[in-house]
Design a protein around this ligand. Structure first.
Ligand SMILES: C[S@@+](CC[C@H](N)C(=O)[O-])C[C@H]1O[C@@H](n2cnc3c(N)ncnc32)[C@H](O)[C@@H]1O
Length: 263
């Protein structure tokens, strides 16, 4: 890398309004303690926001409900995308060029770096290095959220990575019309997507979720939400889940990273 050049490569800029709502809801919900506990003007970065800055604007609006003084910075490696977003700059919302080195004015350390649908376009063996670079930039108690979702955000999955390393995998699914939870498999983050094969823990986790979902079919009489609650409750007996029914009701479940990490 030449000094000063952003770390990473320009990739396709596909994005759409509300696509990242499930991750936003988690950041403003279970993960919000990180923001609440931070000092004045905590910085949150939306890294690799794409051809339109819409997800950055949405993230800012949602996190302002948690911390009025949050500073959300959209960081994009493509200078044209930064130029296009810049007119939207306002109090607490800004845009700048950068990559995995995560530049922020004044050298501030971000409490959250959300990188959605960014690493999926890299090779699997580039993930650990990218995580390490971003981890090194986080504030104490901060988190990198490396996630992936479908085009309209109905199926999403993300890994939470703290300064000391990855801590959890979250799956978040629209329950209406869901055939089986493993539909999320094709949206797993890069660190896991090639590991959804027999013998790998993430494969066993999805297999168990599917089996519990099938077994819970009678609960579907009360709706998909009740069915998912029953399924996840059954899975919780065998897997170290880090959340509980209030999140499961939303079609979300978080499992400890060590239980699903690649072998
Ligand atoms: C598919 S878009 C994702 C847009 C948005 N995050 C979403 O999920 O809808 C990926 C974007 O990440 C940008 N990108 C790729 N590598 C990057 C890096 N290392 N740092 C910053 N941006 C990066 C690409 O230029 C592209 O605009």
């Amino acid at each position: 890398m030449l000094a000063g050049r952003p770390v990473g490569s320009i990739t396709r800029g596909t994005t759409s309004p509300n696509r990242l709502r499930r991750c936003d809801r988690w950041l403003a919900g279970p993960a919000s303690r990180r923001l609440r506990g931070a000092g004045p003007h905590p910085v949150v970065v939306d890294l690799g926001y794409g051809a339109s800055p819409v997800t950055v604007v949405e993230l800012h609006a949602r996190l302002r409900q948690v911390r009025r003084d949050v500073r959300v910075v959209g960081v994009e490696i493509d200078p044209q995308r930064v130029a296009a977003a810049s007119p939207l700059t306002r109090d607490g919302l800004s845009f700048r060029r950068g990559g995995f080195e995560v530049p922020v004015d004044g050298g501030a350390r971000p409490v959250v770096v959300r990188a959605f649908n960014v690493l999926r376009q890299y090779d699997e063996d580039e993930v650990v290095g990218a995580w390490r670079r971003v981890r090194d930039r986080l504030a104490p108690g901060g988190v990198l959220v490396d996630g992936t979702c479908d085009e309209v955000g109905r199926r999403a999955a993300w890994v939470a990575v703290e300064p000391a390393g990855p801590v959890s995998l979250t799956l978040s699914l629209r329950l209406g019309g869901l055939d089986r939870p493993s539909e999320v498999a094709e949206r797993l983050p890069k660190a896991l997507i090639h590991r959804n094969v027999p013998g790998e823990p993430v494969h066993a986790f999805l297999r168990d979720l599917d089996a519990a979902w099938a077994h819970a079919a009678p609960h579907g009489a009360w709706g998909a939400r009740q069915r998912f609650l029953a399924a996840v409750r059954a899975v919780a007996a065998h897997w170290p889940l880090l959340d509980g029914p209030p999140r499961w009701r939303l079609g979300e479940v978080t499992v400890a990273w060590d239980a699903v990490a690649p072998r």
